[in-house]
Design a protein around this ligand. Structure first.
Ligand SMILES: *[C@@H]1O[C@H](CO)[C@@H](O)[C@H](O)[C@H]1NC(C)=O
Ligand SMILES: *[C@@H]1O[C@H](CO)[C@@H](O)[C@H](O)[C@H]1NC(C)=O
Ligand SMILES: *[C@@H]1O[C@H](CO)[C@@H](O)[C@H](O)[C@H]1NC(C)=O
Ligand SMILES: *[C@@H]1O[C@H](CO)[C@@H](O)[C@H](O)[C@H]1NC(C)=O
Ligand SMILES: *[C@@H]1O[C@H](CO)[C@@H](O)[C@H](O)[C@H]1NC(C)=O
Ligand SMILES: *[C@@H]1O[C@H](CO)[C@@H](O)[C@H](O)[C@H]1NC(C)=O
Ligand SMILES: *[C@@H]1O[C@H](CO)[C@@H](O)[C@H](O)[C@H]1NC(C)=O
Ligand SMILES: *[C@@H]1O[C@H](CO)[C@@H](O)[C@H](O)[C@H]1NC(C)=O
Ligand SMILES: *[C@@H]1O[C@H](CO)[C@@H](O)[C@H](O)[C@H]1NC(C)=O
Ligand SMILES: *[C@@H]1O[C@H](CO)[C@@H](O)[C@H](O)[C@H]1NC(C)=O
Ligand SMILES: *[C@@H]1O[C@H](CO)[C@@H](O)[C@H](O)[C@H]1NC(C)=O
Ligand SMILES: CC(=O)N[C@H]1CO[C@H](CO)[C@@H](O)[C@@H]1O
Length: 651
């Protein structure tokens, strides 16, 4: 064995106890307490399986979604206060001439209806979305070298209240929170011996190294199969998503074997999160009804946050405690003689659920000779049971919302809650949690890496879906700015640079009702080439380190408009977007700089629906020189069956 020190991931020594313990041995209380403060391996089974535990004295229940949870409300008091200083730094760097934004926030720092409430949303789109989104996070994170220089937007992350992700964007958000809220350069570079963000190794082959041991492909799958068997043996169903989520975890969670005992709810026990030194992470997934194949726009949208999973939609309209989500809830309560279950909210399983469309990567390669027979057999037997139309599902059995709100909840009669990829309803941006009136978000930075066009660029589809949904009954009082058609996005270049939607709030207040909710202003940040063609195809499974780094850097340039080279006033304009709703509430005159920013960055209602021949944007700055032949990445894969309702192309 190599030296332990050298092989250790950058979590340092905290994993030694688990790493050296027998895999199935429950962790002693002492060890659990030690680890809780640092990371998240807190499943009571010590492995991938959920386990029955004594219920806490106050039994967990499902609550109505009319308000925020007490946990979130309490945490927000700390978080909103903690965003004030970074926001002032962000405003100082932005330098809105003629307006002292830092002073505006400081003198109102105790009044959270004045301090802007910021959300950041990371779209789906596989590894492309992870890497482009990572570039944005790097640019927004004051800890990243170069983020607070001229043209920078550093401190925006520290000033944000919420950070949501779905599918590939969920891998990004999930990986950040599974790994001690590390910076993007730390995650990107990992440490010697770590499999973290090593995307050059095809996920089917598995990492060369799982943190403490050298692996080969058969061992890797053997470990994964064993972990999933643990769950099955404990009496829980397994779906393809279990295998997929496990495989993903080796790349995203820097712990031995991808952290089988990590739970999503343990984020709530993570020291930096408790101190409210991070935004609140939220992952999004959609509900599918039994027998349903196409996910309609009015499907129920679920969120997972550290305390709760559930939905604000008028169907389910309830939240279950994430930590106890495997318990047998019935009509909102665990029966008197019932036990509680923990560990169902396994971290990789939650990320896998939000990205279940990528089960395709397993399916497409089921006959790949590098896959050992036992794994092919395990997958085939699941497929036979499920049928082809259902291979993209994640089984959540027991359904926490069983018998809950039976009048409106279409799945109230089923013991199985079927969840699928959060982008399958075309809302490929996780905006749903951020437009809920109870969260009162003022601005959303919506980083869109969707592959809407032939060459894998976004054309606003995700925004249009959210706009349309807000106008239907399922919207349940949410509002969303109007957005134009795809042709307009392309013809007016709205997908070529950041564009603001919903600038003029009179769009929402027209009519007699003066108490109407004004939704957040949306700062749309679309993927576009600056220094690299990061428009790789959604199912492209591997990237050299050089490509990975260039794609992240391109994302950094997307976020900063090339550190201000394309528009030197961009940081000021981003700051104006952050301030807009607040200035309006306080009746403050809009500074001249902001007026001119809004002229430039707000979509003003103009459309141009001329048909688009082919959208092939050229790099806005010089391409970073990569080794020959990798600038334009051919997809190389034909995902014929990746066509669940033809959606794969869009996600
Ligand atoms: C987590 O990161 C902080 C710095 O932000 C560091 O002080 C701490 O040691 C890290 N914890 C672990 C377990 O690596
Ligand atoms: C802020 O902007 C003003 C005018 O736009 C400029 O004169 C000044 O140098 C800038 N300050 C900083 C710190 O960049
Ligand atoms: C912008 O700054 C970042 C961080 O220093 C750097 O990686 C990137 O290459 C810069 N972009 C340009 C266009 O100079
Ligand atoms: C969704 O739309 C379909 C078809 O328009 C309708 O039958 C169904 O009841 C709707 N579901 C909800 C929850 O609104
Ligand atoms: C939950 O219900 C299922 C089926 O009814 C049962 O097999 C299982 O033991 C129950 N779990 C607990 C923890 O009570
Ligand atoms: C799936 O198999 C095809 C053909 O064998 C191969 O080209 C592709 O790289 C494989 N995909 C993955 C994710 O390994
Ligand atoms: C926009 O994207 C959708 C998929 O999201 C696609 O069907 C449509 O053809 C695209 N339109 C244009 C003009 O790019
Ligand atoms: C906002 O829209 C209203 C009416 O739609 C218009 O009267 C007003 O001038 C607009 N405000 C700005 C700043 O464009
Ligand atoms: C907070 O600011 C709002 C908007 O300016 C104002 O209406 C409210 O009175 C302020 N609250 C307090 C406690 O100062
Ligand atoms: C609206 O924006 C378009 C370009 O997107 C511009 O040509 C037009 O002049 C703008 N109209 C107004 C009233 O500002
Ligand atoms: C990326 O976009 C360019 C045009 O902007 C196109 O030529 C190239 O084929 C695209 N790459 C992929 C993988 O679609
Ligand atoms: C604002 C609004 O319409 N809220 C509704 C959301 O759905 C729940 C459950 O159906 C209703 O009780 C709310 O009134």
């Amino acid at each position: 064995m190599r030296s332990l020190q050298a092989a250790l991931p950058f979590f340092l020594l905290s994993f030694i106890p688990t790493a050296l313990g027998a895999p199935n041995e429950p962790l002693s209380d002492v060890v659990v307490r030690e680890l809780l403060r640092r990371a998240a391996p807190d499943s009571p089974s010590g492995d991938y399986a959920p386990a029955t535990v004594d219920c806490p004295s106050q039994k967990p229940t499902i609550r109505d979604a009319a308000t925020l949870s007490p946990s979130e409300t309490e945490w927000l008091q700390k978080r909103r206060a903690n965003t004030v200083d970074p926001m002032m730094e962000f405003f100082k760097l932005a330098n809105i001439s003629g307006f002292d934004a830092a002073n505006y926030v400081q003198s109102n720092s105790n009044n959270f209806s004045v301090v802007p409430n910021i959300g950041i949303a990371m779209s789906g789109g596989g590894y492309r979305a992870l890497m482009n989104g990572a570039g944005f996070i790097a640019a927004a994170d004051s800890r990243t070298p170069g983020s607070t220089g001229p043209g920078g937007i550093g401190n925006l992350l520290q000033a944000a209240t919420y950070l949501s992700g779905l599918s590939g964007g969920g891998w990004l958000v999930g990986s950040i929170f599974a790994n001690n809220f590390s910076t993007i350069p730390q995650l990107r570079d990992g440490q010697e011996g770590s499999a973290l963000w090593q995307f050059s190794r095809n996920i089917l082959k598995g990492p060369e190294d799982s943190g403490l041991s050298i692996l080969n492909t058969a061992e890797y799958w053997n470990d994964i199969a064993g972990q999933v068997d643990d769950k099955r043996d404990a009496g829980y169903g397994a779906s393809l998503t279990d295998y997929w989520g496990r495989a993903l975890s080796y790349q995203l969670i820097n712990a031995r074997d991808g952290g089988p005992s990590y739970t999503f709810s343990s984020i709530a026990d993570f020291d930096k999160f408790i101190a409210a030194d991070t935004p609140m992470p939220i992952l999004v997934t959609d509900e599918r009804h039994p027998g349903e194949v196409v996910i309609a726009l009015n499907s129920t949208v679920f969120e997972f946050n550290p305390w709760e999973m559930g939905s604000f939609d008028p169907t389910v309209f309830g939240f279950a405690p994430t930590k106890y989500v495997g318990s047998n809830f019935s009509n909102g309560a665990v029966p008197d003689d019932g036990h509680c279950v923990r560990g169902f909210d396994q971290y990789g399983y939650v990320m896998g659920t939000s990205s279940s469309l990528f089960n395709q990567i397993l399916l497409q390669n089921i006959s790949d000779s590098s896959l050992p027979d036992f794994i092919t057999n395990a997958i085939t037997s699941i497929l036979e049971k499920l049928g082809e139309d259902e291979n993209d599902i994640a089984e959540w059995r027991p359904n926490p919302f069983y018998k809950y709100h039976p009048d409106t909840n279409g799945n109230a009669d089923t013991e199985l809650l079927t969840l699928v990829d959060g982008g399958e309803d075309l809302q490929n941006l996780p905006l749903h949690p951020l437009i809920q009136p109870v969260r009162a978000v003022d601005v959303i930075f919506a980083v869109d890496s969707s592959a809407d066009t032939t060459f894998n660029f976004p054309n606003g589809t995700a925004l249009r879906a959210s706009y349309q949904r807000s106008r239907e009954a399922i919207g349940n009082g949410t509002k969303f700015p109007a957005v134009p058609d795809a042709e307009t996005f392309i013809n007016l270049g709205l997908n070529r640079r950041p564009t603001f939607f919903g600038c003029n709030s009179s769009e929402f207040t027209s009519g007699s009702d003066s108490s109407v909710t004004i939704p957040p202003l949306v700062v749309y940040v679309p993927l576009t080439p600056y220094t690299a063609y990061s428009n790789a195809s959604t199912f492209d499974p591997s990237y050299t380190n050089e490509e990975r780094n260039a794609f992240i850097e391109n994302g950094f340039n997307v976020a900063t408009m090339g550190n201000g080279t394309i528009d030197a006033e961009w940081p000021a304009c981003a700051a104006c977007a952050v301030l807009s709703r607040s200035l309006e509430r306080t009746g403050t005159t809009i500074p001249e700089t902001c007026r001119s920013c809004f002229q430039r960055f707000c979509w003003n209602g103009t459309t141009d629906s001329t048909p688009v021949e082919s959208y092939e944007p050229q790099p806005l700055l010089g391409l970073t020189t990569l080794s020959a032949g990798v600038h334009i990445k051919a997809s190389g894969l034909i995902w014929a069956a990746a066509s669940i309702a033809g959606l794969a192309l869009a996600l």
